[in-house]
Ligand binder design. Sequence first.
Ligand code: UDP
Ligand code: MN
Length: 480
Amino acid sequence: MVVSDEIAMDRDIPDTRNPECPHWQYPEDLPTTSVVIVFHNEGFSTLMRTVHSVIDRSPPQFLKEVLLVDDFSDKAALKEPLEDYISRWGSKVRLIRNKERAGLIRTRTTGAEEAKGEVVLFLDAHCEVNRNWLPPLLAPIYRDKYTMTVPVIDGVDHDTFEYRPVYGAGSNFRGIFEWGMLYKETELPPEIERSREHQSEPYKAPTHAGGLFAINREYFLSLGAYDPGLLVWGGENFELSFKVWQCGGSIEWVPCSRVGHVYRGFMPYNFGKLAEKKKGPLITINYKRVIETWFDDKYKEYFYTREPLARFLDMGDISKQLELKERLNCKSFHWFMENVAYDMLRKYPELPKNIHWGELRSAATSRCLDTMGHSAPSFMGVAHCHGFGNNQLIRLNAEGQLGVGERCIDADGQGIKLIFCRLGTVDGPWQYDEQNHVMLHKRIGKCVALHPQTYQLSLMPCDPINNYQKWTFNQFVPKW
Ligand code: UDP
Ligand code: MN
């Protein structure tokens, strides 16, 4: 905020589009648009710079309004000073406020209900739109109102507010996910590259990051907007993507529309009262609702293999969601995988079953294997067994892979390490001896051992009677 406050509201930013972009022609009667910006305790200048950039860089005839939806902020600057500031734009910028905290997902739905434009275009409250960003997003919707469109998201550095292209104008990526439902991006598959005439033309994508997209308002509402059972933040991008694709629509990414977004260093807000009522991690509860609604049984198993604790979460009632799926005659998830996300399995293949999952306890010390909060690549350690899962939830699958979250465990002469799993593979070097409780690294031919004094982990010649080499999986129900 300190840096943002020093920067002009209407500053220039680098044009990061592909050089082909200025040569596209767009219809003159594109649909009118409500740009909907939901916010909770955002920095004043960051929020206002978002609005300035939209007003400055959108053809006025297509911009019906900017609709600000306050999700129950309590910062003083967002009360009267905000109302005073936006009055300069008259009715072009509207502000509505939630009467209680609703979370970003429900607040976006409120924005869509209140919007007056034909298209609703959602932006986060810390964006800067780039040169001629709007017409390229509207053109595919103009041609087919069941298409939703997504701009390419550039980065605005949260320390310096420097605007940086996410990647060069010549590359194109699209949204996919791994089986734990973490959002990922990947190069365009050759099937799509082959059919493209221009590097700058829109292309179909399985999913999107979530915050920034455009969709025909009536179409969005006819899909039930977002599942109202989703809480605060997370998973709504998947819910909408599966719903759109499986129920007859499509998603296009639009390289000629660029929008900068401040990726923050940490989450600056808590989930408030909305989280207190729930047992367990909110985001995983959301994922569970989404996969239980949209996945076929086979694919649901991959999610539970990757997130074993999700089975114990209460996702609430999804009967309305299933009814909608039935009523709209939506296609199967298998159809989606074969026809839309066909490149996903090349990176994240079908998951073999877990042979064991839980804490991996050392018999000698009753401490547990732990990532120690480090991100890969790093050394694994041991820590007091806490029974919450997270950094201590270890999985061993039928093909010898040890995993924690989306990462894998391997070893070398230096120790036991947390590494990036090799994309496209699901196997690993481990073999667990059910009788002696030793964990053998097959390639190296040694076993995981704990140092009695330093508690460091290493591979040692296997010794099935040494307590410092004995490990047991303790499958638990978490204490939420
Ligand atoms: N937001 C909101 N209510 C909430 C949480 C977030 O209205 O309970 C707003 C937030 O101000 C932002 C948008 O929703 O404009 C997306 O949130 P955020 O930027 O934190 O998500 P991220 O970009 O990290 O996915
Ligand atoms: Mn954001």
